[in-house]
Design a protein around this ligand. Sequence first.
Ligand code: SF4
Ligand code: SF4
Length: 327
Amino acid sequence: MAKPKVAFYWCASCGGCEEAVIDLAEDILTVVDAVDIVLWPVALDFKRKDIEAMKDGEIAVSFINGAVRTEEQEEMVKLLRKKSGLVIAFGSCAHLGGIPGLANLWNRETIFDYVYKTRPSNNNPEGVYPQIKTKINGCELTLPKFFDTVNTLDQVIDVDYYLPGCAPPPDLIMEAIKAILEGNLPDKGAVLAPEKSLCDTCPRAENKPEKLTMKEIKRVHEIIPDPEKCFLEEGIICLGPATRSGCGERCINANMPCKGCFGSTKEVTDQGAKMLSALASILGLENEEKMTEEEAKKLVDQVKDPVGTFYMYGLPASILKRKQMTT
Ligand code: SF4
Ligand code: SF4
């Protein structure tokens, strides 16, 4: 019997999701044995034309990582959608926009101006910017168009399932692959991870005081956190209350707060807003005294990078989506 065809593709990403597949270790042999990989740019030399030559729906499943930020990525994900039975948004960037999504605080013009003109380390006296078409010695070179806005995968194509995480952990990847091979998948649109919040599974939750009050906000480099205490108790913002579990509490176990790479559980509309609301309910003074406006402002000003704190992985997927530019 013919093996199911599987494609892996990457868009705007760091390559960590490709590493996550390799992190399957010896389990990767089980996967390779069970499927026929037809596209995997990081590891195998298949071309776009090979995919174009396939029948619609011929690929059983495409795992696509990375956000969509260029015209080439948009074309490729649309092509893979057409040729695939299932499309899985693989990792935080495809799922939520991820770290590349923070570029939605700027647009193409402001990014190019900084990268090619005003950055202190630049040496570009002729002011050369990348062009979509360039003529050199009678030949035309092309580059894909760079969009103003970074999109999540499901803002560009229909997505069947989501494998969350930066990067998705090997156990969740293997569970997803088994579910696909056994035809044992949940309803379309599901995130293939538990529906509990990270605080529900965090080993530090049991040490959390019943009444938690955060009197000041610290950054993680300013103290050495007590490995037994909830980060919020120590004044460090941890996105556990607004984040889905399933990562094995990777950051917490490394004594780092959660930054939210798994996104939220399904009842939450906006992860950053949910975290802000959780934080607002615990920020306060000793003895529950009422804060003056000035005291409240002083406390809020201690959040040095609000977007990077509350939307590090999810700006394109959030209600805000991007900064509105006046230029
Ligand atoms: S806020 Fe962070 S450290 Fe505290 S219980 Fe939740 S996940 Fe754990
Ligand atoms: S602790 Fe948070 S940021 Fe770290 S891997 Fe888990 S979900 Fe992602």
